[in-house]
Write a protein that binds this ligand. Structure first.
Ligand code: HEC
Ligand SMILES: [Cu+2]
Length: 385
């Protein structure tokens, strides 16, 4: 009888031990901090936890000791006293001192988190359902970051999902790249609903709210890749808009920036009076095409081209087709274009005008005349031949 109980107890103890061994593989901790502010947050997290542990031990220790020591079976009699000034002063002053001791460093950290002034770099972060856009305000570099995990790893509609990659749902096509040791200010907003830019290792979890710009900042101490996710339930693909930040040494960052700048559309130039000048401002192709349609409006005697494919492409289509964002066939990528071109010109025109898959009608620019869109298609197909 006893033997049976012992065996059961031993089995239970063994199972407990086994599970602690399994748990040891996971650190019971928050992710390692990599910025001065997240170091402060980390210290606060553990420091305040230990204060709580000590208070817990003192309070419950005193309680259990009193209950045990003064139990009725040993004939304890309750002390009858009221209004003991000493005790009342002590139990007011001591918690007050403890609270101040915790509030002071916590407030200091919060003030520090909010001080995004004097930044070296400012990046505007715009949230969309369901991707992020990064705009390097000082450098004119702008791109979207989309989930890079292939759909076949996520979908199980056609049988079991494919083997998951190491950074499943935490990988993007275009990560935000920043230099190590520089103060980076983020200006966070949203295009549709509330999202949250959350990277735990930076100690940043900031709402992106339509119509508002919130800021946050970080200075990364060590080169590396840091990952996060949208922290607000923002719609059906809330779990599919991760954040990846790559911190590079300043030299490497400069090289990356140069490469990105080369990919961006040419900066706006004032319209010159030369007859065949085609302005590259974003309004120009629209205006030029509109002018072509209603010949009365032809500007300054210049025979404006009805639809200049390249400038429409540069101003509207390039954001996606220049980098291949969201599965858009990249400009000049013959392999991506060949099967599409094989569908015939009219199908391509129709896709460009009416939209297809992730591509919005007319590239999201409804004001664009059909001719301009068709010319842009011609430009893109020509580039892929
Ligand atoms: C918001 C991003 C985005 C913009 C802006 C955009 N495209 Fe696309 N485009 C895509 C995506 C994504 C695809 C792939 C769609 C698919 O095959 O499901 C695509 C595909 C195409 C195709 C191939 C269609 C087919 O039938 O295979 C053409 C042509 C095209 N785009 C033209 C344009 C033109 C012209 C513009 C500018 C007026 C433009 N796109 C702007 C994202 C975009
Ligand atoms: Cu979101």
């Amino acid at each position: 009888m006893l033997g049976k109980h012992l065996r059961a107890a031993a089995a239970f103890a063994a199972s407990l031990l086994a599970s602690t061994a399994a748990l040891a593989a996971y650190d019971v901790d928050i992710l390692p901090p990599v910025t001065p502010v997240s170091h402060e947050i980390y210290k606060l997290h553990w420091g305040i936890l230990w204060v709580c542990v000590v208070i817990f031990i003192i309070v419950f220790g005193a309680m259990f000791w009193s209950v045990f020591k003064h139990r009725r079976s040993v004939g304890a009699k309750a002390a009858q006293f009221h209004e003991n000034t000493t005790i009342e002063v002590i139990w007011t002053i001591v918690p007050f001192v403890i609270l101040i001791g915790m509030a002071y460093p916590a407030t200091k950290t919060i003030l520090d988190m909010k001080d995004a002034g004097n930044a070296d770099i400012s990046i505007k972060v715009t949230a969309y359902q369901w991707k992020w856009e990064y705009d390097y305000l000082n450098d004119g570099v702008r791109f979207f970051a989309n989930l890079a995990t292939p759909r076949e790893q996520i979908d199980e509609r056609h049988g079991p999902a494919a083997k998951r990659s190491e950074n499943y749902l935490l990988e993007v096509d275009n990560p935000v790249v920043v230099p190590v040791g520089k103060k980076v200010r983020l200006l966070i907003t949203s295009n549709d609903v509330i999202h949250g830019w959350y990277v735990p290792q930076f100690g940043i979890n900031q709402y992106g709210i339509p119509g508002f710009i919130k800021d946050a900042w970080f200075t990364i101490e060590k080169a590396g890749t840091y990952r996060g996710q949208c922290s607000q339930i923002c719609g059906k693909e809330h779990g599919f808009m991760p954040i990846v930040v790559v911190a590079k040494e300043p030299g490497e960052y400069a090289a990356w920036l140069k490469e990105q700048k080369a990919k961006m559309p040419a900066p706006a130039t004032p319209v010159s009076d030369s007859a065949d000048a085609v302005a590259t401002t974003s309004a120009a192709p629209v205006a030029a095409a509109a002018a072509g349609g209603a010949s009365a409006k032809v500007a300054a005697g210049a025979p404006a081209k009805a639809a200049d494919g390249k400038s429409t492409y540069d101003s509207v289509c390039m954001v996606c087709h220049g980098t291949g964002a969201a599965g858009a066939p990249k400009l000049g990528d013959k392999a991506a274009w060949a099967p599409r071109i094989a569908q015939g010109k009219n199908t391509l025109y129709a896709s460009a005008l009416k939209g297809k898959g992730a591509m919005p009608p007319k590239g999201g620019n409804a004001a664009l005349p059909d001719d301009a869109v068709k010319a842009a298609v011609d430009y893109m197909t020509a580039a892929a031949k």
